[in-house]
Design a protein around this ligand. Structure first.
Ligand SMILES: [Fe+2]
Ligand SMILES: [Fe+2]
Length: 374
């Protein structure tokens, strides 16, 4: 570059900017300034920094907020009485791609019927025989730890009986749908959908008129909206006699029986068990995940952060953050439900996973009893 070049360069950039254009080399200059979310740019090899930070929302705190929410928001109306978990390292979202929240419905309440292009799922924390969700006119009961799907653009409303409150976890692909500018929402009109179920039935044909049923509605006897926990737990216990995964312990993926694939296009649900005393090896992957602890006590180490968890706690593991799990009990298992964005990341051809073999730990640091060869 000759001496006149810097001025020419600046003038050129101004002209480009005026034409709403920019040079690709300008992106690299931003990265070198440390603002690009990259590693090792000087070596010409870089990748993402973890999206957000590891974080835990303890049940002892969340439960109190749920009670308060019933006083502050007296009716569980269309927007729901839902408390969302915002990652402290992100502008919004629980991870870069997943929203997780928790909501309470009081005795006798109805959460109005609506639909949206954001896919959602419910994982029941406190169910009861009179708690149910209606999806496209079909009533689905909600018992403890059942998974209930409300896929994109499917009508849904939630109901509770007169005796007890209900609590469930909401997990949604909102950050993905929002980033693609694809958010649509529609109220059903009447507060609740007409029910197709005869008394005592949990499955039946749709009661909605054909022109109201979404084109990709999940309906019919083969459709799977609810995954009862009893079924999942039995499979998890059966799998516990096998070797499991070095990185996840005993882990099962919920699958859609019509496709054999994940239960939602962007999100996959897992049930996971850490057997008594079990510790997993550290690894990282380009998918992120949110966790709910069903039972047990353990510790998940994410980078230099220790998340110590117990029943009903929720936590987030950002993508591309090295992590490992430990069951802190030598006599009891620990069981978790989690949701990740592996289906979307895989679909885009972006999934990477690697054991983290470069770390060594010294006494006094998190995970001090783990020493791995460099
Ligand atoms: Fe909804
Ligand atoms: Fe992992």
């Amino acid at each position: 570059m000759n001496e006149a070049a810097p001025a020419q360069h600046d003038e050129f950039l101004r002209a480009l900017k005026g034409a709403f254009m920019r040079g690709q080399w300008q992106n690299e200059a931003v990265r070198k300034a440390g603002d690009g979310g990259v590693e090792e740019v000087e070596k010409g090899v870089f990748g993402p920094k973890p999206g957000g930070v590891p974080y835990i929302w303890p049940w002892s705190m969340v439960r109190g907020f749920l009670d308060q929410s019933c006083e502050v928001v007296p009716q569980s109306f269309t927007s729901r009485r839902s408390l969302l978990f915002n990652n402290p390292g992100l502008a919004k979202g629980t991870t870069n791609s997943i929203n997780m929240g928790i909501q309470m419905i009081r005795p006798g309440e109805l959460a109005w019927a609506h639909r949206h292009s954001i896919s959602a799922l419910r994982f029941v924390i406190e169910g009861n025989p009179a708690l149910f969700t209606v999806v496209n006119g079909v009533k689905h009961p909600m018992s403890n730890y059942d998974l209930v799907l409300t896929p994109a653009w499917n009508w849904h409303d939630h109901h509770n009986g007169p005796d007890r409150h209900g609590i469930w976890l909401d997990v949604l692909d909102g950050p993905i749908v929002g980033a693609l500018n694809q958010v649509f929402f529609e109220n059903f009109g009447p507060e609740q959908q007409p029910l197709a179920n005869a008394p005592g039935e949990t499955l039946s044909v749709l009661a909605l008129p054909d022109n109201v049923i979404p084109p990709h509605a999940r309906s019919g006897p083969e459709a799977r909206i609810v995954f009862p926990w009893a079924e999942v737990e039995a499979k998890l216990k059966a799998a516990a006699s096998g070797p499991g995964s070095a990185y996840d312990g005993v882990v099962l993926e919920y699958t859609d029986p019509t496709t054999g694939g994940p239960v939602l296009p962007a999100l996959s649900c897992w049930a996971q068990m850490l057997r008594p005393g079990e510790s997993t090896k550290p690894h990282r992957h380009t998918s992120s995940a949110v966790y709910f602890v069903i039972r047990g006590h353990g510790r998940t180490i994410v980078g230099d952060t220790e998340l110590e968890w117990g029943p009903n706690d929720c936590f987030a593991i950002p993508n591309w953050a090295t992590h490992e799990h430990r069951n802190l009990s030598a006599t009891s298992d620990a069981v978790m439900f989690s949701v990740n964005d592996i289906p979307l990341v895989r679909f885009l051809g972006l999934y990477r996973e690697e054991p983290e073999v470069s770390i060594t730990r010294t006494p006094g640091q998190p995970g001090s009893d783990i020493v791995r060869a460099p």
